[in-house]
Design a protein. Structure first.
Length: 226
């Protein structure tokens, strides 16, 4: 009622892809992990708004905020901040050691697929997670994601060579894409409207002046504005 807490009930019967149970302990650990300064998590600011995570039982947690928070759903539930981490794999690397943890290259999750092979800068190969809570849901036996290369090559791999089934968010010149569409033999171009917003943020601080070892501090003024 005061906007300073929210209670989540976790789905029961869920396990991590390595078979370990998924519980409220993992939720609380994720908060502790993300707010550890030595971890240097990119979600530090988001999770720092939480003052405490109370474990009610194995499948119930209450998040408490220091101040009323209209964005209470951002930690844990928002798309870019919601990944809960496995305590049993990361509890021994809580701190700077987390940056070199084996988990970084061989992650464990609760989704329909698990990582079989990871080649940084190249490909990630997923296979069916036999411990997934809905055993009949994963449709593909394997899923391969490929990075690197350029947008034109990615489009060609779908439309002309058939090497790839799907390429997303391609930044390709319309004239080039139109030529590919005309010669397409294995795929098609699909354009969907979305709610994403492109934006440019102006840095009003001076990126070349250090203050206590940090740059772009608010106390400095960008030369452009002086």
């Amino acid at each position: 009622a005061d906007g300073k807490s929210v209670t989540y009930k976790l789905k029961q019967g869920v396990t991590w892809s390595d078979g370990e149970p998924f519980t409220a302990e993992d939720v609380k650990f994720t908060w502790q992990f993300a707010t550890n300064a030595d971890v240097a998590s990119t979600t530090f600011a988001t999770y720092s708004l939480i003052s405490d995570v109370e474990i009610v039982d194995d499948h119930t947690v209450t998040l408490k905020f220091a101040e009323p928070n209209p964005g209470w759903f951002t930690p844990f539930a928002a798309a870019y901040y919601g990944a809960v981490l496995p305590q049993h794999l990361l509890k021994d690397v809580l701190g700077a050691a987390a940056r070199n943890a084996p988990f970084n290259l061989n992650p464990v999750g609760t989704g329909p697929y698990k990582v079989k092979e990871f080649r940084p800068g190249d490909t990630v190969l997923y296979e069916v997670n036999e411990n997934y809570r809905e055993a009949d849901k994963p449709f593909f036996s394997t899923v391969e994601l490929k990075g690197g290369g350029d947008a034109v090559a990615a489009a060609r791999a779908v439309l002309q060579t058939g090497e790839t089934d799907y390429s997303w968010n391609l930044q390709v010149e319309k004239s080039v894409l139109d030529q590919m569409k005309t010669a397409a033999t294995t795929g098609r171009v699909q354009v969907n409207p979305g709610l994403s917003v492109e934006q440019l943020l102006v840095n009003f601080a001076d990126p070349n002046t250090e203050v206590d070892g940090a740059r772009s501090e608010p106390s400095t003024k960008h030369p452009f504005f002086s």
